[in-house]
Design a protein around this ligand. Structure first.
Ligand code: G6P
Length: 368
């Protein structure tokens, strides 16, 4: 056990640090300098991608959050409608299936009972095809899907998923770019995004250097009972993932909200006992996010902001800003996830919880 952890105290920390390498492994052989290699997504890929008119994503837990990010990408870059739902809801309701719907499941293990049940239902329900994004070769999900994009995260031991999530995002972005090419994405924009994607592992390594500073910030959380995570656009699901990490391993109640909904409820809870965490990209939603953050400050809430370096945000009274490398806003979910993982990790270590095996949770939920 100790040997497998190498020099790391926990599997979770090791797996957080492995992310640059496993993202590189997931990109390997599937992208050139400027393009996604469609053939590398499977022999059927070209024919199928041209026929997709709608994407239905189904997943659970962290994998569901990856699906939520992908919805922003698919609609923005490919211009194709996309729906996302947790598998346990999807499988127990009636659905309307549009023509040309690709059924996309996302799962680290490939054995999650609800995700598998949803896929089995979809097989009989008239979906055009089933694509799985999965980390375990030979798993039930892989065997039962028409197309598969494997993530190359390697075995993930920590119950709280980290490297599986960012490799899922990597695979989902490659898929989106391939789909978008059939739907009018320019070669120039594809090249820009592929280059930005290839730079992610290197930029993530720079984020790992923030580890000590994030450890300092974690002290603010250790005696708190509640916290709020805010994000806008594709960083809203990243806020959800950040909140999930904190609750899973530190047992602090963490709630994620789209920042624009602040006034519709959660602002009533904000006071000095409620730390507010947010991730800020350098896009046109930044100014709106900043005004949301002012509302939090006005109520005495301590703010923790992980901001793209081009936002030029800095520390202020009650506001702790940590700058992360600049990337295209499309790629921001990949980078912004990492500091939130590190924050949860350090809070959990300070609280002395069982980081790799949090109480009541299982790595793979194979029964309903
Ligand atoms: C469990 C794990 C989570 C995981 C979820 C979905 O809840 O603790 O980390 O995100 O299952 O698992 P899957 O293997 O389908 O991605």
């Amino acid at each position: 056990d100790a040997a497998e952890k190498g020099n790391y105290r926990h599997f979770m920390l090791k797996e957080i640090h492995e992310q640059p390498d496993v993202i590189e492994a997931t990109l390997q052989g599937r992208v050139t300098e400027s393009r996604v290699l469609e053939q590398a997504l499977g022999t059927e890929a070209s024919r199928l991608l041209g026929e997709v008119r709608h994407v239905q994503i189904v997943a659970c837990g962290t994998s569901f959050h990856a699906g939520m990010v992908a919805r922003y990408w698919i609609e923005e870059l490919a211009g194709i409608p996309c729906s996302v739902e947790v598998a346990s809801e999807f499988r127990y309701r009636s659905h309307v299936i549009q023509d040309g719907t690709l059924f996309l499941t996302i799962s680290q293990s490939g054995e999650t009972a609800d995700t598998l049940a949803a896929l089995r239902q979809a097989r009989d329900a008239g979906f055009r095809a089933a694509l799985a994004i999965c980390n375990v070769p030979g798993s039930s999900l892989v065997r039962e899907s028409d197309m598969v994009i494997m993530t190359h995260a390697g075995p993930e031991i920590g119950v709280a998923s980290t490297k599986a999530f960012t490799t899922q995002l990597t695979a989902l972005l490659m898929f989106t770019l391939a789909l978008a090419r059939h739907n009018g994405l320019s070669e120039a924009r594809e090249a820009e995004l592929v280059q930005a994607l290839r730079a992610i592992p290197h930029q993530m390594r720079a984020i790992m250097d923030l580890d000590d500073s994030i450890k300092q910030l974690s002290q603010w959380f250790v005696d708190k009972h509640h916290s709020l995570f805010l994000g806008r656009g594709s960083l809203y699901p990243v806020a959800m993932e950040g909140a999930l990490k904190l609750k899973e391993i530190s047992y602090i109640h963490a709630e994620a909200y789209p920042a624009g909904e602040l006034k519709h409820g959660p602002l009533a809870l904000v006071d000095s006992e409620m730390p507010v965490v947010t991730v800020a990209p350098s896009n046109d939603l930044l100014e709106k996010l900043k005004s949301n953050l002012q509302e939090v400050r006005a109520r005495g809430g301590e703010l923790f902001v992980f901001a793209d370096s081009e936002t030029a945000m800095g520390d202020g009274e009650g506001t702790h800003v940590m700058t992360i490398p600049h990337t295209d806003p499309i790629l921001a979910p990949l980078l912004c996830t990492v500091p939130l993982q590190l924050l949860s990790y350090h809070v959990a270590v300070l609280k002395g919880t069982d980081v790799d095996q949090p109480r009541n949770l299982a790595k793979s939920v194979t029964v309903e």
